[in-house]
Design a protein around this ligand. Structure first.
Ligand code: MMA
Length: 165
């Protein structure tokens, strides 16, 4: 009887352990909504492309496993690309916005950080709620620039049972 109670309590605790959290949405209300929730099934986030002009974060594209997402945003400005190292994950994103997204700063678990855009606007700091979780995918809104962005955190998909392989 005691063993049965102990086992049920253990199962309950295990089932209740949570790992996913969400930060956002940061930015303005314009643009058309997008989400990379399906793209995360291709694997962990391995690279990002960010287009910037003199005022705004203009565009965003992310690579999951070896597959790039659709590009979202406008075509003006400079496209920058960063590849993460194997085992490297984004563990914090800070930035600034005012109506549209103006700055994004990505911090990785290997101590690297990548800054895009201008130091102007309302600040935000996005970080996962649960220990050892990382940036799994983006969502947001875009038109001719990135209007708003949100960050979805969970365990990195190494050992992921649902991922396309
Ligand atoms: C477009 C349109 C808006 C959006 C802006 C900025 C120029 O207008 O899609 O809804 O807010 O682009 O992305």
């Amino acid at each position: 009887m005691l063993l049965w109670v102990l086992l049920s309590v253990c199962c309950l605790v295990a089932a209740q352990q949570r790992s996913s959290s969400y930060s956002g949405e940061y930015g303005g209300g314009g643009g058309k909504r997008f989400s990379h929730s399906g793209n995360q099934l291709n694997g962990p986030l391995t690279a990002i492309r960010i287009r910037v002009n003199r005022n705004y974060i203009v565009g965003l594209q992310a690579r999951y496993g070896t597959a790039w997402s659709d590009y979202k945003g406008g075509s003006l400005g400079d496209l920058e690309e960063v590849f993460l190292h194997p085992g490297e994950h984004i563990i914090q994103v800070s930035g600034k916005y005012s109506v549209y997204m103006r700055q994004l700063v990505f911090v990785t678990n290997k101590g690297r950080y990548f800054r895009f855009g201008k130091d102007y606007g309302t600040s935000f700091n996005a970080a996962p709620l649960f220990p050892n979780t990382v940036l799994r995918f983006f969502s947001g809104s875009s038109g001719s620039v990135i209007d708003a962005i949100g960050f979805h955190w969970d365990y990195s998909s190494s050992g992921c049972t649902h991922c396309n392989k």
